[in-house]
Design a protein around this ligand. Structure first.
Ligand code: MHO
Length: 157
């Protein structure tokens, strides 16, 4: 199994979207690549923690490639927006692709270059190694399965 960490705005919708994709084995939401330890949701909302709301996605590369997963990712974000997705604004809602192994980087770079052709504005999606991932609180995990009809900034179907 392989893992990639994606930030695409509010992590409730991002997790629900990816959990429905065949080949995705498991998902988990959390706070990525900020500078504070053990962040809580409240801190990420109100303070300058540097963390992005993100989803850790474990997938079976024999069923879905990273390239295909990234294609799905681009379909649910506006990668030209700075610190915003949908109506949610703030640094925690920036878009990001955080990789766990360096070998993924060329695939990610190629995918971004291809996606850039669709936009006149530059893609600002952060592409970095995953330095830190703090699990979000249990009530955020699979939030939209627990709360069907809950807030979701992306189109799930
Ligand atoms: N606008 C949503 C965002 C939730 S998300 C987990 C809310 O304020 O509830 O960031």
């Amino acid at each position: 199994m392989e893992t990639i960490c994606l930030a695409g705005g509010c992590f409730w919708g991002v997790e629900e979207f990816f959990s429905r994709i065949p080949g995705v084995v498991s998902t988990k939401v959390g706070y990525a690549n900020g500078h504070t330890e053990n962040p809580t949701y409240e801190e990420v909302c109100r303070q300058d923690t540097g963390h992005a709301e993100a989803c850790l996605i474990e997938y079976d590369p024999e069923k879905i490639s990273l390239q295909k997963l990234l294609g799905r990712f681009w379909s649910i974000v506006d990668p030209t927006l700075v610190d915003q997705q949908g109506p949610d604004k703030g640094n925690q809602y920036r878009t990001g692709i955080y990789y766990l192994k360096a070998a993924d980087l060329p695939v990610i770079a190629a995918s971004r270059a291809e996606e850039q052709e669709r936009y006149e504005q530059p893609i600002v999606t952060e592409i970095e190694p995953l330095r830190k991932f703090w699990d979000a609180e249990e009530y955020h995990q699979r939030y939209l399965k627990k709360n069907p009809g809950g807030y979701c900034h992306i189109k799930l179907n």
